[in-house]
Design a protein around this ligand. Structure first.
Ligand SMILES: [Zn+2]
Length: 136
C-alpha cells in the first residue's frame, strides 16, 4: 500500500460526493432554487447565489471534453504517465477524473466514456473514466 498519496479533504460541502462514490454512485450537486447542476461541490450556487441544494444521481454516461497526460512533477503515490480527463456528463455538467484502461493514443475528444469507481490506497473510492462496459 502506498502511503504517500494525500488523503482526501472531506468537508460538509463535498461529503455527499465521496459517500455516494463509496456506494458506486455519481452524485452531482443541484441548486434547489434554479435547478442548476454544479461540480465540484460548493456551498453556494454560482448562478443564483442560493445556499439551498440537494443532489441527483448521474448516469455516468459522458463524452471526453479534454484530457492531459501528466509526466512531471512525479509523486511516488501515482503511476505515470497519469492520464486525467475532463468529461461532459450527459446531465450537463463536467467532471475531472483519472482515465483507466485507455492508452493516450486511443483517446479522442468527443469519445464516449463511462464513469466507474476505483478504490485508492487509503480506502477512498473515487470516480474513474473508462470505456463503456469496462471493469477497469
Ligand atoms: Zn441556483
Amino acid at each position: 500500500m502506498r502511503t504517500v498519496v494525500p488523503r482526501l479533504v472531506v468537508t460538509q460541502d463535498n461529503e455527499f460526493f465521496f459517500a455516494a462514490a463509496r456506494e458506486g454512485r455519481l452524485a452531482i450537486q443541484r441548486c434547489v432554487d434554479c435547478h442548476a447542476l454544479r461540480h465540484p461541490p460548493g456551498p453556494c450556487c454560482p448562478d443564483c447565489r442560493s445556499f439551498n441544494w440537494d443532489t441527483v444521481s448521474a448516469s455516468g454516461r459522458c463524452t471526453l471534453h479534454s484530457y492531459t497526460v501528466i509526466h512531471h512533477p512525479q509523486d511516488d503515490g501515482f503511476d505515470y504517465p497519469l492520464i486525467v480527463g475532463l468529461v461532459d456528463l450527459e446531465e450537463g455538467t463536467r467532471l475531472v477524473a483519472d482515465i483507466a484502461g485507455i492508452e493516450r493514443d486511443e483517446l479522442e475528444i468527443g469519445m464516449v466514456l463511462e464513469v466507474g469507481f476505483a478504490e485508492h490506497p487509503h480506502g477512498e473510492v473515487l470516480p474513474q473514466l473508462r470505456r463503456p462496459g469496462a471493469d477497469t
